[in-house]
Design a protein around this ligand. Structure first.
Ligand SMILES: CC1=C(CCC(=O)O)c2cc3nc(cc4[nH]c(cc5[nH]c(cc1n2)c(C)c5CCC(=O)O)c(CCC(=O)O)c4C)C(CCC(=O)O)=C3C
Ligand SMILES: [Fe+2]
Length: 350
């Protein structure tokens, strides 16, 4: 019997002195060059050392609690993160102390892939190990990249943003979807080996197509953002800022960016898009607007409740796309054999 919901997210610092330790948690053992970290520290300090992410997640949780109450579903909602407080280990200990036995876990990433899916299973397993005796069972809810409630929220946000472009050039502005870049090798390993790989970028591409379709836009691009890692390691490209310049070279007068890869306006959205990409567009004299992320839309807590009902009541899984979609497993188990294997653990090729 399901007795709680755990909202599991990435975590972000909420004061300047927490920025470094947070970034050390994020990048431990991930081979991110120190120069890149110094740069990212500056991005956070630009916003007073406060990531918007935790507050946005608390807001999602408040609206989820209200919706559960409205629907007569009597379940407490907990909040835990991978990289910053409240840390998942502490939250799961508290759940055990509260007598929770069997919770579902909603992760704030819609996607397949190591960062967006498998690493959340690892977080769950690590937290249960840390708590030990009496740790609740934790079942992660599935990937939801093509759920009609998510696609609908994004599509309406695209239409709302388009309406703010100057009427004279609105029709010529380019719709550009962007998601977090990952190493090409990580994308190649995303999904179960049997599904043919690249499941992260395939799901992102499918979501972009579904959103464009619903927003009535025929032509669009899909690009990537926020790459880290050493320059010699290939990551998914092109980058959003380079792409804005390329569009300008082709005579495109404006750009409408939809951050399809993100649930909330966290630091990558407010820095890499609203600051860097917007500044690049302004310098080139291009119009720039950004569609809202779906986390603040009333459909977002509804989505969580629907995913919960799939597990609790056997409700049908609503989806619009066709790519393989996994993500649900218990107590830190992987979704499938060889699913989203992290680069460091793949056997070296000879
Ligand atoms: C696919 C993906 C998502 C989307 C899915 C999901 O939402 O889970 C995502 C989300 C996020 N990424 C975030 C922050 C960071 N990501 C980093 C580094 C990395 N991200 C990666 C991928 C992703 N990241 C990867 C492959 C790395 C390289 C290191 C590694 O292999 O793990 C770094 C290190 C510094 C840097 O180099 O940027 C930071 C600070 C925040 C919080 C922002 C805030 O505080 O508001 C959020 C929501
Ligand atoms: Fe990231």
């Amino acid at each position: 019997m399901i007795d709680a919901v755990l909202v599991l997210s990435f975590g972000g610092p909420e004061r300047p002195e927490d920025v470094r330790p947070f970034l050390e948690n994020v990048t431990r053992g991930r081979g991110i060059p120190p120069e890149r970290l110094d740069e990212v520290v500056e991005h956070y300090l630009h916003f007073g050392g406060v990531s918007p992410l935790n507050a946005l997640n608390r807001d999602i949780i408040a609206r989820l609690e209200a919706l559960l109450a409205e629907e007569g579903i009597d379940l407490p909602v907990y909040f835990g993160n991978r990289n910053w407080h409240p840390m998942i280990e502490d939250t799961v200990a508290r759940m055990r102390d509260d007598g929770i036995r069997d919770a579902v876990v909603f992760a704030t990433s819609a996607w397949a892939g190591y960062s967006g899916c498998r690493q959340y299973h690892e977080d769950i397993g690590r937290a249960r190990d840390a708590v030990g005796e009496g740790a609740p069972h934790l079942r992660k809810l599935r990937q939801y990249y093509d759920h009609p409630l998510l696609i609908g929220a994004f599509a309406d946000a695209v239409e709302a943003a388009a309406a703010t472009l100057p009427p004279a050039t609105r029709g010529e502005a380019r719709l550009v979807f962007t998601a977090h870049s990952v190493p090409v090798a990580a994308d190649a390993a995303a999904g179960p080996a049997a599904a043919g790989g690249r499941l992260y970028s395939r799901q992102v591409a499918e979501a972009a197509r579904l959103i464009a379709e619903r927003a009535g836009v025929d032509e669009y691009d899909l690009v990537w953002q926020s790459r880290s890692g050493p320059p010699a390691v290939p990551w998914l490209e092109p980058d959003i800022v380079d792409h804005v310049r390329a569009l300008h070279d082709r005579g495109v007068p404006g750009v409408l960016v939809c951050p399809v890869g993100f649930v909330s306006d966290h630091l990558e959205v407010v820095w890499d898009l609203d600051t860097e990409a917007a500044d690049a567009a302004a310098e080139l004299g291009m119009d720039f607007v950004r569609a809202a992320t779906p986390g603040t839309d009333p459909r977002f807590p509804q989505l969580v409740v629907e995913l919960l009902r799939e597990i609790r009541d056997g409700a049908p899984a609503r989806r619009l796309g066709h790519e393989p979609q996994l993500g649900s497993a218990c107590d830190g188990a992987v979704c499938a054999v060889q699913c989203c294997v992290p680069a460091a653990r793949r056997p070296a090729r000879t």
